[in-house]
Design a binder for this molecule. Structure first.
Ligand code: FAD
Ligand code: FES
Length: 282
C-alpha cells in the first residue's frame, strides 16, 4: 500500500496554543480545516519552521489529534526546526503541507494494544479516536518514557478518556520501572487483534524482538510508524528509504514518506534498520 496524496494540500492557519506539557514535550494547536478534515491516523504533515531559509526543509510531524477544524501536534525542541516551532505564539501563522504518508490500517474489532515510546505517543490520539468511532473500546495503551515528566499525559490519549494506559519509565519515577517492552507479555495475553507501535526505531525493533521471543501468536494486524530523515515528504527526493524484506525474503527498500511511515512490522528488516546512520536534515 502506498500513500494517497490526492488530498495533500498547502494550508496556512493560525496558531491557537503552544502548551508546555513538562519534560520538554510541547503540544502545538492550530486552526487547519483542510488537514483536520483529511488526516487519517498515522498520516503526517510537513511543517515549515520559521520564515527564513534555515532550516530550508519542512519537518515531518504526525497529526496527533483533530477536533472540528483544529489539529494538534506533539513534539520536542531537538534542533533548529523544532526550536522555531516551540517559539510560536498564538496568532502566528503555521504553514503546513499534508496530509502525507500511509497511515495505520484501523481494525473494526479489538482488543487493540498501542505501544508508545517517548514522542511516539503522537499518532495515537487520532488513531484511538478512529478506533472508538468504529466501536472498538477494548484499547490498552502501553506508554513508556525515560522519566515521568516525559510521559504524554494518560488522559490525552483519548478524548474523552476511556482507554486503559499502563506506564513504564526507565528510571522508575512512574509506573513500571523498566522498558515499555516489559509490559508486552501481559498485553499479549488478551490475544489482541491489532498491535500498533510508534517510537524511536530502536524501540520498535525491541518491540518486534520481544513479540517474536514471547512465542505468542503475532497479532493479525501488527504495524509500526517508522522514522527516517525526510526531505520532500512525498516521494521525490528518495532520502527516506528504509530496508524491508520482500515477499521472497530478499532485501528491498521502501520510502518512509509514501510506503510508510506506517508499515507492517513483519516486513521491516529490523537488523538493516538498526545499521542505518542517524537523521541529518538540512
Ligand atoms: C513521519 C514522521 C513523523 C514524525 N512525527 C513527529 C512528531 O509527531 N513529534 C516529534 O517530536 N517528532 C516527530 N518526528 C521527528 C521530527 O520530524 C524530527 O524530530 C524533526 O524533523 C527534527 O527537526 P529539527 O530541525 O528540530 O532537528 P534537526 O536539527 O534536523 O535534528 C535534530 C535531531 O533530530 C533528529 N532528526 C531529524 N530529522 C528526523 C526525522 N525525520 N526523524 C527522526 N529524527 C530526526 C536528528 O538526527 C538529530 O538528532 C517525525 C518524523 C517522521 C519521519
Ligand atoms: S522524503 Fe523525499 S522521498 Fe521520502
Amino acid at each position: 500500500m502506498t500513500a494517497d496524496l490526492s488530498r495533500a494540500a498547502l494550508e496556512t492557519g493560525d496558531v491557537l496554543v503552544v502548551e508546555r506539557l513538562g519534560g520538554g514535550l510541547l503540544e502545538l494547536v492550530a486552526r487547519l480545516p483542510h488537514l483536520a478534515a483529511t488526516a487519517m491516523p498515522g498520516t503526517f504533515a510537513q511543517l515549515r519552521c520559521g520564515e527564513g531559509t534555515t532550516p530550508l526543509l519542512r519537518r515531518p510531524f504526525s497529526v496527533a489529534w483533530t477536533q472540528d477544524d483544529i489539529c494538534g501536534f506533539v513534539f520536542e525542541a531537538v534542533g533548529a526546526g523544532t526550536r522555531l516551532l516551540s517559539e510560536l505564539q498564538p496568532g502566528d501563522r503555521l504553514d503546513t503541507l499534508g496530509p502525507l504518508g500511509h497511515g495505520f490500517s484501523v481494525v473494526d474489532a479489538g482488543p487493540v494494544v498501542c505501544v508508545s515510546g517517548g514522542l511516539g505517543c503522537a499518532p495515537f490520539p487520532l488513531l484511538i479516536n478512529e478506533l472508538r468511532r468504529r466501536g472498538v473500546e477494548d484499547i490498552l495503551v502501553l506508554n513508556g518514557a525515560r522519566t515521568a515528566t516525559r510521559l504524554y499525559p494518560a488522559e490525552r490519549f483519548a478524548r474523552p478518556a476511556v482507554s486503559v494506559v499502563a506506564e513504564a519509565t526507565d528510571d522508575g519515577t512512574r509506573g513500571h520501572h523498566g522498558r515499555v517492552t516489559d509490559l508486552l507479555g501481559q498485553a499479549l495475553a488478551s490475544r489482541p487483534a491489532a498491535l500498533y507501535a510508534c517510537g524511536p526505531n530502536p524501540m520498535l525493533g525491541a518491540v518486534m524482538r520481544t513479540l517474536l521471543e514471547s512465542g505468542a501468536d503475532l497479532p493479525p494486524t501488527l504495524e509500526a510508524s517508522l522514522e527516517a530523515p525526510m526531505g520532500c515528504g512525498f516521494g521525490t527526493c528518495l532520502g527516506c528509504a528504509l530496508p524491508v524484506r520482500a515477499e521472497d525474503g530478499s532485501g528491498a527498500w521502501k520510502l518512509c514518506c509514501t510506503d510508510g511511515p506506517v508499515m507492517p512490522m513483519r516486513d521491516v528488516d529490523w537488523e538493516g534498520l538498526s545499521a542505518l546512520p542517524g537523521a541529518d536534515v538540512a
